[in-house]
Design a protein around this ligand. Structure first.
Ligand SMILES: [Ca+2]
Ligand SMILES: [Ca+2]
Ligand SMILES: [Ca+2]
Ligand SMILES: [Ca+2]
Length: 470
């Protein structure tokens, strides 16, 4: 039976097309959202629209909503694929509006045809950002009622909020019991990787959610040509099919180490952002289909990339810890040497990537790979002496930073005057708590090595920073 099927498929692919599409959706668990429970984007029917083409309609709702699917045949990590890319997913992003989803892959190690093996995250451009967080858990509460009501959420760090409703979508946003019997009707928890993104909804009517550099779904717009020839994810331009190109080569395990896989059988896409897009509703990954890539040795392109963590539109203060990461074929280059140039003589960036300004003003900063200066990237911001806009959660202002980091004896949180401070372990346990931290040095010598989360709240804004203790 299996042999016959394989022969049938190979004839089909030879005579009709070489494209291999998604063939089956195995699980669809949306988070609450404006499209949840609506047709076609948020009902169980949405999942079936991903099969066999690239013009379906499926929405994952707010943070953590996910879908699991497979292609007809395993997706090969073929070194002869263009740019190393193995499959492409399509969403509905716009030029200034990306709704990034994290993609996970699984190999059917036990060969039982079921996705009961190990999920490996494809580490995209934001994986190493200090603002990204793996194993982030959000619990959604069902507000009840037969019409739309805000859906309360809380995370494992004690933060909470609401999935907002709008006047266009009047149905309940919490998944219907009848449509999604696997979702507990009272409340449910979704766990995944959170990224901060770069959302600017404070300057309407133009709302922006900036495209991530590479490695996320519902992120890059479509191209014009053959579906089986992918975009080069290491350039900002849309090439070939466009859409979001993925390389199995980016897979990491639960410790963040790269894993070499020859092929994968299952793919999971999960909304990576918890953010409100004002009149556009909550940020929510949409998927319309996927296609396997076909080997083609004639295609060449740039495989190097530098990524700078997005700067806020304004930096309040004269010091700011920047982050820059170098990649080759999507895997990080540890300790890559990076040089900086600045458009403004009053603003410099030192070897620790700390921005220092002597005057307020606008600046464009460019990072260069020292060995290959053609590989560079730029960011712009405006340095102001004091904050001029109200804080909005998840907008990305990060004026506070930890110094030194990594650390082993003492650290100092710079850039804040007075705030409540909490330090958590990766599991969410509080190991240090001060209601009135005023920027002094903290003795952390008694803490075990590992990754910690530092939460700072000055009553106006809340920030989370990552601290590595070695
Ligand atoms: Ca590959
Ligand atoms: Ca979208
Ligand atoms: Ca299996
Ligand atoms: Ca490109």
């Amino acid at each position: 039976m299996r042999t016959l099927l394989a022969i049938g498929l190979s004839i089909l692919s030879f005579t009709w097309t070489e494209a291999q599409y998604i063939s089956q959706v195995l699980e669809y668990v949306p988070a609450p959202g404006q499209f949840t429970n609506t047709v076609p984007w948020g009902s169980p029917v949405a999942a079936s629209t991903l099969v066999g083409g690239v013009n379906g309609s499926m929405c994952l709702g707010a943070f953590g909503g996910y879908v699991i699917f497979r292609f007809e045949e395993p997706v090969e990590n073929d070194p002869e694929n263009p740019f190393g890319i193995d499959f492409t997913l399509f969403g509905n992003p716009m030029e200034h509006w990306s709704e990034p989803g994290v993609v996970w892959v699984m190999k059917d190690e036990n060969e039982n045809g079921l996705p009961d093996d190990t999920w490996l995250e494809l580490a995209g451009s934001d994986f190493y950002f200090s603002t990204s967080r793996r194993n982030y858990q959000v619990t959604y509460l069902n507000p009840g009622d037969t019409v739309a009501r805000e859906v309360p959420w809380s995370d494992q760090l004690g933060d909470s909020g609401f999935i907002k409703i709008n006047s266009i979508h009047t149905q309940p946003y919490y998944p219907y019991r009848d449509s999604f019997p696997a979702i507990v009707p009272e409340k449910y928890t979704l766990t995944g990787t959170l990224i901060e993104g770069a959302v600017d909804v404070d300057h309407p009517p133009v709302l922006k959610s900036a495209r991530r550099a590479f490695g996320y779904a519902d992120n890059q717009t479509r191209g014009q040509t053959s579906l089986i020839l992918p975009d080069n994810p290491y350039t900002p331009e849309v090439e070939n099919s466009g859409g979001d190109a993925f390389d199995i080569h980016w897979a990491v395990d639960s410790t963040g180490s790269y894993v070499d896989l020859d092929r994968i059988h299952f793919v999971k896409v999960q909304n990576a952002m918890l953010a409100d897009g004002k009149y556009l509703g909550e940020l929510s990954t949409e998927i319309t289909g996927g296609v396997d890539v076909v080997p083609d040795l004639s295609v060449e392109g740039n495989l190097n990339l530098l990524v700078i963590r997005d700067l806020p539109t304004e930096i309040a203060g004269f010091e700011y810890q920047m982050e820059v990461y170098a990649f080759y074929q999507g895997r990080i280059i540890q300790n890559a040497a990076v040089d900086w140039s600045s458009s403004n003589p009053e603003v410099t960036v030192d070897e620790q990537h700390v921005l220092r300004a002597t005057e307020p003003g606008s600046v464009t900063l460019t990072a260069y790979l020292k060995d290959i200066p053609q590989v560079n990237t730029s960011v712009s911001t405006n340095i102001v002496a004091t904050p001029t806009s109200d804080h909005v959660r998840f907008i990305g202002e990060k004026e506070a930073y930890i110094f030194p980091n990594p650390a082993s004896e003492i650290v100092q949180i710079r850039g804040i005057e007075k705030a409540a401070l909490r330090i958590y372990t990766a599991e969410g346990r509080i190991v240090l708590h001060m209601e009135e931290y005023r920027g002094g040095t903290l003795d952390i010598s008694s803490l075990l090595s590992g990754l910690y989360m530092v939460r700072i709240d000055n009553g106006v804004s809340m920030q989370r920073l990552r601290l590595l203790i070695i």
